[in-house]
Write a protein of this length. Sequence first.
Length: 241
Amino acid sequence: MKLDPTQQILLLELANTERSLDVVGDTAFVTPEQQEVERLVAEQQRMLNASAAAQMAVDDMEADILRIQEDERKLRKRAADDKAQLSAETDPVRRRDLEHDRYSAKSRIADLMGELTECHNQIHALRNNRDNHGARSDELARQLEVARRAAEAANAAAAAIPDPVEHIAALRAQLPESVVAAYDAQKNESDVGAADFNGRTCGGCYIVLTGLDQQRINRAPADEMPRCPECGTYLIRKQAE
């Protein structure tokens, strides 16, 4: 089918508008920029939750370290008191009890030192994790700020776009009746009447065409709209833009 390249652009716009309307129906159109804002908001919330959990893990570990250090201090004081009492105690039974208690305290101190070393190793990793989450949260906040400005502009532009039904009617009125009829017939057959061709792939069925078909379509006259050999869609090439 032949059609002036400038009108091919109108036909492609008609096809894209109708396909968009088929997808979204009567629901409000959400711009890609607004979708990006919503994605970033969700990701930011997940990161904030992760950051809060990471901070809580650090707080818990720091509390464990303080508890171990306090227990160690008390045990060292107990061991020192036992030693001081041993120096003056002469009763064998009492000495045995003091020595046993001192040994238990020193043994527990050794265990606590192992726990403390492990806690210090873990808290280093936990703090790194917390800091990484914090840096990621800051980066997401920056990205969200940029995305929101882009969404505001895109939403304002989208609000200025005419009603899609009215826009479709206006586009149809600018095209030859024979072209619209052929387009509608193909759309009824394959759901896509016309689509763009990027030099390799049909924009209707998204199939990468063979080399011979690509050459045939690319070499067709500018005022001709070749058809996809797979789905029959009228193809509009970039050269027509």
